[in-house]
Design a protein around this ligand. Structure first.
Ligand SMILES: CC(=O)N[C@@H](CCC[C@H](N)C(=O)O)C(=O)O
Length: 369
C-alpha cells in the first residue's frame, strides 16, 4: 500500500472538530519528527502546524495549505478504518488533504527543491475558521509565502481529473443563527401561548423568498436552513425555536442584500407572531478567488502531464476559509477528483485513495517546474 494511503487511513480514524484537533496534531508532529530535520523548521500554532522547508537556491517561498478538522457526522461508510470517534467523521476529505500534504512535504524534504516551501496544517476550516487567525500570527509574518496553493477533494470528478478556473472558484459564506422566543403552554390552549414552531415554519418559508425575489436572477445566492430545534413533546407548545443555516453568494455585495432581507423578514415574524428574535451572522468566509496568472500556469502544467486531465469548471457555492489566504497572497485552489458516489459532508463519503499519489506527483512536479 502507498504509505500516504496508510497515513490517510490512520488520520481517518481520528476526526476532530475545529480547534480540537489534538490527536491529529500529535499524529502529524510524530510523522514530521521522522523526516530528516536539517532543512526543515516546525512550529506549532494552536492545534495547527507550520513547517518551513528550506530550498537549495530559493528565489521565492511557495505556500501549501492543508486543512485538518473533521465534521460532527456519524460515519456510515462501513470502511474497516472508520472513525473511532463516534459522531465525528472526516466527511470533507481533510484526511486526504493532510496525507497529500505530508506526501508532498516528504518529497521536497528528501529530494530537495530550489525554492522554499511553507506548509500550513490549518485547523477549523469547517468552523469557526482557522485561516484568518493563522494569517495574523508572527510565524506567518516571518515565513510569509510569495504564493500559495491548496486543493479540495471533489467526489463528482474521476481519479486523474482536476478542476479549477481563473478568478472566482468558491462563494462568500455566512452562517445564519436565529433564535425565536415566544410563550409555551398546553397544546389545547394555543390562544394562551405564542407558538414558535408555527413562527419558525413561517420564517423558514419566507426566507426562501430571498433568493427568488431579492437576488438578481443573473446573480446567484443560497439560503439554507440546515438545522431546526423546537419543542419537546406533541402536546406542549414550543416556547422557543432555534434555526441554523448558511448563506452563500458569488459576490460580497449580494451577501449584504441577503443579510438585510433576513433582518427585515425576522422583524416581520416578530410582529406577526408576537415574539422576540435574535440573529447571528457568524463565521463569514471570504470568497476563494484564484490568481489568474498562477492558476493558468498550473492548469497548463497539469494539462501537459500524461496522468491528469484538466477540467475548466464553473464556480461553486461551497465555502472555504482558504479564501482569506488568497485575499492576501496570490495563489489558487483546485478540485481533485476522487470519484465517490456520496458527496462531501455525507456519512457514506468514500473517496478513491488512488487520487492520493496522483495529487502528490502532480504538485511535486509543479513545484519543481
Ligand atoms: C468545502 C466545504 O464544504 N466547505 C464548507 C465550509 C463552510 C463553513 C461555513 N462556516 C458555513 O457553513 O457557512 C461548506 O459548507 O461549504
Amino acid at each position: 500500500m502507498n504509505p500516504f494511503v496508510g497515513i490517510r487511513r490512520e488520520l481517518h480514524k481520528i476526526p476532530e472538530t475545529g480547534f480540537q484537533e489534538f490527536k491529529t496534531q500529535a499524529y502529524l508532529l510524530n510523522y514530521l519528527s521522522s523526516l530528516p530535520q536539517e532543512h526543515i523548521e516546525i512550529k506549532k500554532w494552536e492545534t495547527g502546524i507550520f513547517v518551513f522547508v528550506k530550498g537549495t537556491a530559493p528565489v521565492k517561498t511557495v505556500g501549501y495549505r492543508a486543512d485538518i478538522d473533521g465534521l460532527p457526522i456519524m460515519e456510515q461508510s462501513g470502511l474497516e478504518f472508520s472513525s473511532e470517534h463516534p459522531g465525528f467523521m472526516h466527511a470533507c476529505g481533510h484526511d486526504f488533504h493532510m496525507s497529500i500534504a505530508l506526501g508532498l512535504l516528504t518529497d521536497v524534504v528528501t529530494s530537495r527543491i530550489e525554492n522554499n516551501m511553507l506548509f500550513l496544517f490549518q485547523p477549523a476550516e469547517e468552523g469557526p475558521g482557522g485561516a484568518k487567525e493563522m494569517l495574523k500570527t508572527d510565524i506567518m509574518k516571518e515565513w510569509w509565502p510569495d504564493e500559495i496553493m491548496g486543493l479540495h477533494i471533489a467526489p463528482e470528478y474521476k481519479v486523474g481529473e482536476i478542476a479549477t478556473k481563473p478568478g472566482l472558484l468558491f462563494a462568500n459564506t455566512s452562517e445564519l443563527h436565529i433564535e425565536l422566543r415566544g410563550k409555551g403552554g398546553h397544546a389545547a390552549y394555543p390562544h394562551k401561548t405564542r407558538d414558535m414552531i408555527v413562527a419558525g415554519a413561517h420564517l423558514i418559508t419566507q426566507l426562501q423568498s430571498i433568493v427568488s425575489r431579492s437576488v438578481d436572477p443573473l446573480d446567484s445566492g443560497v439560503v439554507t436552513v440546515g438545522k431546526l430545534e423546537a419543542g419537546t413533546v406533541g402536546n406542549i407548545i414550543a416556547e422557543t425555536a432555534v434555526l441554523s443555516g448558511t448563506m452563500r453568494t458569488l459576490n460580497p455585495e449580494t451577501m449584504i442584500i441577503l443579510k438585510s432581507r433576513v433582518e427585515a423578514i425576522v422583524k416581520g415574524i416578530e410582529t406577526a407572531f408576537e415574539c422576540e428574535a435574535s440573529i447571528g451572522f457568524n463565521q463569514p468566509y471570504y470568497q476563494v478567488y484564484n490568481d489568474e496568472a498562477l492558476v493558468s500556469e498550473f492548469m497548463d502544467y497539469a494539462a501537459s502531464s500524461t496522468s491528469v486531465r484538466v477540467i475548466k469548471c464553473k464556480e461553486a457555492m461551497t465555502g472555504e476559509d482558504f479564501g482569506y489566504f488568497l485575499k492576501e497572497i496570490p495563489g489558487f485552489m483546485f478540485w481533485l477528483g476522487v470519484d465517490s458516489e456520496h458527496g462531501l459532508h455525507h456519512a457514506r463519503l468514500n473517496p478513491d485513495e488512488e487520487a492520493i499519489p496522483v495529487a502528490i506527483d502532480l504538485i511535486s512536479g509543479y513545484v519543481r517546474k
